[in-house]
Design a binder for this molecule. Sequence first.
Ligand SMILES: [Zn+2]
Length: 194
Amino acid sequence: MATDLQEKLKLGPREGFQYPIIVPYCGNCTMPIEYCEYYPEYEKCKKWLEKNLPSEFAKLNVGSEATGGSVGEKAETGSAEDDEKKRQKRGGKGMIKANKKKDDSDKEKKITVSRAPRGKKKSVTVVTGMSTFGIDLKAATKFFGTKFACGSSVTGDDEIVIQGDVKDELFDIIPEKWPEIDEDYIEDLGDQKR
Ligand SMILES: [Zn+2]
């Protein structure tokens, strides 16, 4: 044990290394070549390396965006592929997020009101989404009929048609009758074209 430790701590040349260790210096900037890339005239350094230390120049090009040489081209192709993957990943995430948002809004409590033409001069008012607040459509129809003294009927899954243009009044009357429905839950779809 003690002998092993002493062996490890022993100073001096070790096996597997060639001595003296030669640090290649750049003839352009005079720095060890690993620092060349931080030197403002890196392009000149590379030219010097290409001429004087071709083997070191080849190493520099690996994994860098350096110019020229088949090694450099390979590195560039690799990074381009990485970029492509990143883009696709970002795109995919975005799509998922968008879809999720859409699903949520479908489940949202929301009432829409719109005006639809009926005959030459008359309009009807279409109300959808009452059941998203748990309101009985038949009861609502009856209420609208009484309130506006006009015909009102259930015309779809969650759709009520009131005979007459009462769209603007609904923004006051619905929250008044059903306090849980804030005016902000009612969306004005404007005029329907048929
Ligand atoms: Zn240099």
